[in-house]
Ligand binder design. Sequence first.
Ligand SMILES: Nc1ncnc2c1ncn2[C@@H]1O[C@H](COP(=O)(O)OP(=O)(O)OP(=O)(O)O)[C@@H](O)[C@H]1O
Ligand SMILES: [Mg+2]
Length: 204
Amino acid sequence: MATNITFHPGSVTATERAEILAQNGVTLWFTGLSASGKSTIACALEQHLLHLRKFCYRLDGDNIRFGLNRDLGFDEKSRNENIRRIGEVSKLFADASCICCTAFISPYRADRLVARELHEKAGLGFIEVFIDAPLHVVEKRDPKGLYKKARAGEIKDFTGISAPYEPPVNPEIHIKTDENDVAGAVQIITEYLASKGYIQLQEV
Ligand SMILES: Nc1ncnc2c1ncn2[C@@H]1O[C@H](COP(=O)(O)OP(=O)(O)OP(=O)(O)O)[C@@H](O)[C@H]1O
Ligand SMILES: [Mg+2]
C-alpha cells in the first residue's frame, strides 16, 4: 500500500452534487445464483430508470471480467477480490450521484458486507437486492448451459453445485423470480428507490 498519498477533496459537496443533479447516488447490489435473473432485471431496470431520466449504470459480472477483472478466476480468493474491486467501483458511481446496479453472484456474505461497509462509511446508500429462485428452477433455465457443464464436472467452483451460495439474511429487497416477472421486479425496485427518496417519481 502506498504511504505518501493525501486524499484531495473536491470543491463540490455530496449534497450539492445531489441537489444539482436532482438525484441521490446509491448502489443496488444484486446477488443470487447464476440464472436467477440478476442481469435480466438489472438491464430492464436500467432502461426503465433512464427513460425516467435518472442517471443509472450497470456493472455486470461477466462484462467486468472482460476488462477490469480479467486477471481473476473463480476460486474463493479471486471471488473476494472481484467483489472488493466492484465494491470500490460501485462506490465511485454512487458518489457520482449515479444509481449503480451491480449484477454479480457475489456468493459470500462477508464479501457483500465489505461492499456495504465501504458505502456506509462514505455515507452512501447500499441496497442489497436478493434475486432469488430455487436451484431446480435456475438449473432448468440454464440460459448459458453452465449448470449442465457444472453437473458434468466441466466447470469447477460453480456456485450452487460445487461452490457455496450464502443467501442474504436481511436484504433490503427480496425478489423471487419464480413468482415475479421482470416487469414486476422493476416496479418493486423503482418503488423502493422512490420510497427511500433516492428518486422522485412525480418530477417525471
Ligand atoms: N422473473 C424472471 N426474472 C428474471 N429472469 C427470468 C425470469 N423468469 C425467467 N427468467 C429467465 O432467466 C434467465 C436469467 O438469466 P440471467 O442471465 O439474467 O441470470 P444472472 O442471474 O445474471 O446469471 P449469471 O450469474 O450467470 O450472470 C434468463 O434467461 C431470463 O429470461
Ligand atoms: Mg448475469
